[in-house]
Design a protein around this ligand. Sequence first.
Ligand SMILES: Cc1cc2nc3c(=O)[nH]c(=O)nc-3n(C[C@H](O)[C@H](O)[C@H](O)COP(=O)(O)OP(=O)(O)OC[C@H]3O[C@@H](n4cnc5c(N)ncnc54)[C@H](O)[C@@H]3O)c2cc1C
Length: 382
Amino acid sequence: MINPRLSFWEYDQYFKNIDVAIIGSGIVGLSTALHIKTQSPLLKVVIVERSFLPYGASTRNAGFACFGSVSELLDDMTNRKSDEVFALVQKRYKGLKLLRKTLGDKNIGYHELGGYELFTPDDNFLFQQCESAIENFNIEFKDITNVESTYTLTDEKISKFGFDGVSHLIWNKCEGQIDTGLMMESLLEKVRNLGVSIFNGIEIEKWEEAENSVMVHCNDGFYFEAKKIIFCNNGFAKTILPQLDVQAARAQVLITNEIANLPFEGCFHYDKGYYYFRNIGKRVLFGGGRNLNFAEEATTEFGLTELIQNRLEEILKNTILPNHKYEIEQRWSGIMGLGNSKSSIVKPLTKRTYCAVRMGGMGIAIGSLIGAEAAEMIIQEM
Ligand SMILES: Cc1cc2nc3c(=O)[nH]c(=O)nc-3n(C[C@H](O)[C@H](O)[C@H](O)COP(=O)(O)OP(=O)(O)OC[C@H]3O[C@@H](n4cnc5c(N)ncnc54)[C@H](O)[C@@H]3O)c2cc1C
């Protein structure tokens, strides 16, 4: 059924004979499109995005190319088998390698500056647990990172970095950081060059599946048909796919102005991953604090709260930058998709509908791999 709002040309060029419509233009939607078109260039693939830019997490994150701090992985092991936790680490590491290979380090602004985990004297018990886990983690990680000692204790750097009230630092030499904006722009460009149309400002509300196609209905009465559709709408999945175990989780961040003589570079984790900061050039991006009010942050609404922003400012001033003058230049939030399990959901929903959602807090790491998996799943059934 041709949408009467379209001209002959519009229908013919953009909406006729769509093989796959991808919902969401975050890293997962774009990677899915990229891998479908690379393997099956003749398929007509479109991406439908509700906002003028991707509007979830992929353009709003911290840009850590990370795969798990020691305390976060130990925390994961309290309710999951260690094999499962290591398998997820491997997936994140492979995902990062794929992202770097697909786009190139220069085009994602990748710098392997390492990652650090901070411990304060109050965390002493946690630190002791982490310290005793390092040896075993390094053995397990040798096959993943190809490095003898992925994690090492590096307390001597605390004073050089100028932190206050930090008693221990664990260094992960395999972590890097990316320029999130550059990475997304490179991915968008690559996908467009493969002939994928991206339609911004169209929000999918419902769909009807028929024998040979799916009719997709959008926010203002617009509709179109596709042979297959895949939901890559992560934190927003539950609003249209209520059966999925995907919980929206807001994450708030702030960024400082440029700071003269900023004494550290790299990615930093604190409190089992609930807080994270990094340098962006001479600026510091700092985020986290969702654990201060889990219930309030379990939302698809973007926004900032005094509780979290004040706490971020306090830690920044007292612990991270006690000896520096700076201003907070910007603050923003993004929406993640979490669930009872830390693994993503990549599966068919019906004969013609699929999903690739629930990227958790490290979707930059796994996003490309999940896109490749989703593409494989769809192509097999074309
Ligand atoms: C503040 C913050 C910091 C983070 N830091 C890191 C980090 O340092 N490292 C890391 O690995 N991960 C990080 N993450 C997580 C990572 O950004 C996400 O896991 C990842 O970007 C998810 O990608 P996605 O494509 O699945 O989802 P998204 O990027 O959220 O994309 C989903 C898209 O779907 C669109 N959409 C939703 N509903 C509809 C609809 N009905 N119709 C049309 N379009 C729709 C949305 O507008 C959105 O653009 C962070 C996340 C946040 C919020």
